[in-house]
Write a new protein. Sequence first.
Length: 344
Amino acid sequence: MIVGVIGAGSFGTTVANLLALNNPVLLFSRKEETVQHINVQREHLGMKIHPNITATSDMEGLARTCTLILPIIPSSSFRQMMRSLGPFLRPHHLIIHATKGLDIKELKEEDLEKPGLVLTRNHVRTMSEVVLEESSVVRVGCLSGPNLSSEIAAGQPAATLVASRFKEVIQLGQDALNSPKFHVFGSYDLLGAELAGALKNIIALGSGILGGLGMGRNMQGLLISRGLAEMVYFGKALGASSQAFVGVAGIGDLVATATSQHSRNYSFGMRLAKGESTEQIRAAMPELAEGVRTLRIAYQLARYYKLHVPITTMMYGVVFQQYPIEKALQYLMTYPYDKDADFI
């Protein structure tokens, strides 16, 4: 079986190398110079490229060759990518995406700042929902979990989760990715896994701010535990159960992303705490910190559903409204929480 990967960023390349341990892989990049560099130099973004990987810029050829395809690109580009890929897909294809973000159908990110906007679940799509809307594919899934690409690329042991409503998608994902240093769990809770993977990035931004301020593990642990509660509140409002949030795709991914400087979202928060603006950081980062876009969406959803999510509210103020970090921290420390784990 030849497996296709759409997206030659750091995580896409890492996943391609993992897949290549068990299968030939076609790695798609729309940049011809990237394709040539990978195929000739056998190196990309500081990573050695496995001999089983062939880079390509031919999307139609990839779809014709591969039954299992893993799109791994930013959420802001996902729908447009699917509109390009969709005409080449058929119902027999299986799609397992690894994009940890949300789509806002028929809206641009800047539209979220328009006065009077009312954002509901009807406007928001997970990536699997985008796949279903933009193609004839039926069997979809997601890859989610504590997967920092730099650690996996260095050969450190790790695990992930393949979630899907279809047993064959989970099984095929496990067969393609399992290796002695990479374990793949399975779950039928697709919506929960996708929402957990997206929402934890907001908490990672906040944890990065704490790191940038030089605060220790006590505050970090407090933020992560209360942040998990907010993730569950959002999940329930959007139709998910709380189960996925306390598993590998939830607390597992949250801890990894919210405690490591290898996380783009954590690094973004650190730079905010040290005085850089949101615009400066976004312009300078080579790859998108998904939590920034997700934060914008989550804030508008919280307003509509009247959710008590003080971390999300304060993070929105800090990231998009220049609200002083010190005041935000003071607000959170004095917020009148009634119960601890009230989401169980």
